[in-house]
Ligand binder design. Structure first.
Ligand SMILES: [Zn+2]
Length: 137
């Protein structure tokens, strides 16, 4: 184990965390509880709905949906960057380069716009190039 630092360059949109999750409330148990009761008369559970947060997009374990990554710059940030990773540094050195020949910005923008509009998350002003530093020890 050692200290590692790497960086990611991403073309994408900054999106607030709360927009990526919908709050869903479900009843505390399967019984019918009177509105004014503090506890379920049948099983005694507290009469308070369970809260769950459901992601608007169906992330896989890599936070990747249809080739777009959902990267949270660090655990405490209240936003994600959603888009395409175009460059990374780290294990192989400090410099990464992607030739403009392989970087078709208008096409990436159109694809991401189409993808995010499905979730009503496209934000023209938040679209751009992001550099994200990752540290681990
Ligand atoms: Zn109950």
């Amino acid at each position: 184990m050692g200290y590692n630092v790497s960086s990611i360059a991403m073309i994408g949109c900054r999106i607030d965390k709360h927009k990526l999750y919908n709050k869903v409330e479900t009843p505390p148990c399967e019984h019918t509880i009177p509105d004014n009761a503090n506890f379920c008369p049948e099983c005694g559970v507290l009469n308070s709905p369970k809260e769950d947060y459901i992601a608007v997009a169906d992330f896989d374990e890599d936070y990747n949906v249809d080739g777009f990554h959902f990267i949270r710059p660090n655990y405490y940030e209240e936003f994600f960057i959603v888009g395409r990773i175009v460059c990374t540094t780290g294990r192989d050195g400090n410099l990464a380069f992607l030739s403009s020949q392989f970087l078709n910005l208008p096409s990436v923008k159109e694809e991401l716009k189409t993808f995010l509009e499905k979730f009503d998350l496209w934000d023209e002003l938040a679209f751009g190039l992001y550099a994200i530093k990752e540290e681990s020890a």
